[in-house]
Design a protein around this ligand. Structure first.
Ligand SMILES: [Zn+2]
Length: 239
């Protein structure tokens, strides 16, 4: 523990040695290392999460660089998970980073999250979110959901038997081919997701359980919408 005192010096008074140990023994899966996943993974690595499993099948493109702060122009054409692993290990070699170069599918989703403590939704499409959400219900996992568009974003925490699943909460939004986004939006929303992960692991504070945080960057307003799970979802989806 002595060698860790330096790196985590500023957060130890908040999390306590016990909280820091909990972070160190936690396994967090980050679904997608784009704009949201960049912010989430950098800060979770910096905070000392024990194992980060990053899942993405994309390569770095020039048009990613307005928001995907894990990558530089030199990385264009390289696999995101490979670059992300190098960057995160460079930031904090105490973190075990597992890079999985794949798309999340109905076939692999449950297996991917089986041994995970918390799954972080950093995806950019609803088709994959719905696949992930079904696996979350099957494996009874906690999901930190985040979504962005333009200067808008949202965050909520999905907990088995306590909250509605993501499908019942959001329904089936229309899939868009091209989602405009200001680079700062996934930064802001991703850091709120990372904060929720740290709180859930360490027990500090009150996570956004049955609450949806809505961010409006035009008016710079953050609103909380209170949510109530339906009996149907609790009985049927969580089964
Ligand atoms: Zn449901």
């Amino acid at each position: 523990m002595a060698e860790n005192t330096g790196r985590y010096n500023r957060q130890l008074p908040i999390l306590g040695a016990d909280g820091q140990r909990k972070l160190r023994s936690s396994k967090i899966l980050i679904a997608g290392v784009g704009g949201l996943g960049s912010a989430v993974s950098i800060y979770l690595a910096a905070a000392g999460v024990g194992r980060l499993i990053i899942v993405d099948s994309d390569t770095v493109k020039l048009s990613d660089l307005n928001r995907q702060i894990l990558y530089s122009w030199r990385d264009i054409g390289r696999k995101k998970v490979v670059v992300a692993k190098e960057r995160l290990r460079g930031l904090n070699p105490e973190v075990d980073v597992v890079a999985i170069d794949t798309q999340i599918t109905e076939e692999n989703a449950s297996k991917l999250i089986r041994d995970i403590d918390i799954v972080v939704d950093c995806l950019d499409n609803w088709r994959t979110r719905i696949i992930l959400d079904k696996a979350i219900c099957e494996e009874k996992k906690v999901l930190v959901h985040g979504g962005v568009e333009g200067l808008y974003g949202q965050v909520t925490v999905i907990v088995p038997y306590k909250t509605m699943c993501l499908r019942c909460l959001i329904g089936k939004p229309e899939e868009k081919e091209f989602i405009p986004v200001l680079g700062t939006t996934p930064g802001i929303i991703g850091l709120i997701e990372a904060t929720e992960v740290i709180k859930l692991v360490t027990g500090v504070g009150q996570p956004l359980i049955n609450k949806m945080l809505i961010y409006d960057g035009y008016s710079m307003e953050f609103n909380i919408v209170e949510l109530k799970p339906t009996k149907e979802c609790l009985d049927m989806c969580w089964g």
